[in-house]
Design a protein around this ligand. Structure first.
Ligand SMILES: Cc1ncc(C[n+]2csc(CCOP(=O)(O)OP(=O)(O)O)c2C)c(N)n1
Ligand SMILES: [Mg+2]
Length: 364
């Protein structure tokens, strides 16, 4: 039997499918991704985690009239398959083949901004929104940004600016609680508190119920109720940081539930103001070994699908390993040596160093 994804030449084809067909599409996309990346290597875990997200965004929004920006380019493999590049997907990252990142040259219609990673999407979206509004055009602008990418300085400048300009943009925060290694920092802690504190969410629901019962007659009573609401909101609403920056915050929602994603996108897409939707995903979703070890499968070389074991290249030891060992060796003799990385503990070979010298290791 023909696979469903083979009937999808563009997002319009996807939008003709029933909502109940979409989990099948997700399964087929994952199979295709695993088949290819196990041979070519690539950013497997981040893109596995964003399959339902890519499907739901293209299903709910009217791409390419609505503009979609992927901030973290390596989350976009499913997006590539849904936008006419399924047949070429086996050429991923090969000479003359598909790029591992959004590329304007590859797809001017669907990859509207060439990027790698990270933190550029929100300011790009704002620029596009300013142009749209000056020209009096009407379409949506959607951004998907990773939790670590959101902590980048440029993303924060853009959040600040967006709340001020009150532009109609939708930002989807793809929060898998992971950078390449574990996400660190104050923002990451904040996001984590939103997700893990059920009391937060429960109390909020209770407060909303009570507030709905307060009769809204009499100006004084009304004003008092509003003030109370604002005060309580400050204490209790998850995502207040974003609200204070001028965004409407929605979430957290399950990023692997396509129906819920589509419903949420449809509910909020026409509010006409800056929107932030907090979506929780699992890095490596759908492939056991990547779920268990998302760091190792963040960017991977070829591997055996059955066992998850990396296919060894010719070299006995990689450059990265040699560097990592040498760092430890040198640091034992010289206590002025420190290790610094931007979330690339494993990728730079500094993992051994970080364990041997935790106080001299800095993940910035
Ligand atoms: C300025 C800079 N620092 C570090 C890196 C290395 N890097 C590549 S991907 C990544 C993590 C991305 O995390 P997130 O945005 O949460 O996306 P995810 O990989 O979890 O899908 C990092 C730190 C980089 N590309 N650029
Ligand atoms: Mg992440």
């Amino acid at each position: 039997m023909n696979r469903l994804i083979e009937t999808i030449n563009n997002p319009t084809d996807l939008r003709k499918l029933k909502l109940t067909d979409l989990p099948t599409v997700a399964r087929e996309i994952r199979e295709e991704m695993l088949n290819t990346v196990s041979k070519t290597g690539g950013h497997l875990a981040p893109s596995l985690g964003a399959v339902e997200l890519a499907i739901a965004v293209h299903y709910a929004f009217n791409t390419p009239q609505d503009l979609l920006l992927w901030d973290v380019g390596h989350q976009a493999y499913a997006h590539k398959m849904l936008t006419g590049r399924l047949n070429r997907f086996p050429t991923l990252r090969q000479l003359g083949g598909l790029s591992g990142f959004p590329s304007k040259d590859e797809s001017p219609q669907y990859d509207i901004f060439t990027c790698g990673h990270s933190s550029t999407s929100i300011s790009t979206a704002l620029g596009l929104a300013a142009r749209r509004d000056l020209k009096g055009e009407r379409f949506k602008i959607v951004v998907v940004i990773g939790d670590a990418a959101l902590a980048g300085g440029m993303a924060f400048e853009a959040l600040n600016n967006a709340g001020h300009m009150k532009k109609d943009v939708v930002i989807i925060l793809n929060d898998n609680e992971l950078s390449i290694s574990k996400s660190i920092g104050a923002l990451s802690r904040y996001l984590n508190r939103i997700i893990t504190n059920p009391a937060y969410n429960r109390i909020r629901k209770d407060v909303e119920r009570v507030l709905k019962r307060i009769p809204r007659f009499g100006f004084r009573a009304y004003r008092a109720a509003r003030r109370l609401e604002e005060g309580l909101k400050n204490l209790l609403v998850p995502g207040m940081l974003f609200e204070e920056m001028g965004f409407r915050y929605f979430g957290p929602i399950d990023g692997h539930n396509i129906a819920q994603l589509v419903a949420t996108f449809r509910n909020v897409m026409n509010l006409g103001e800056p929107i932030l939707i907090h979506v929780i995903t699992k890095k490596g979703k759908g492939y056991k070994y990547a779920e268990e070890n998302p760091g190792a499968f963040h960017g991977t070389g070829p591997f055996d699908l059955e066992t998850g074991k990396k296919v060894r290249t010719k070299e006995e030891i990689t450059f990265t390993e040699a560097f990592g060992e040498k760092m430890v060796e040198l640091a034992e003799k010289d206590d002025r040596i420190v290790g610094i990385t931007a979330a690339m503990e494993d990728g730079t070979g500094l993992d051994k160093f970080s364990k041997s010298f935790p106080e001299r290791f800095f993940d910035v």
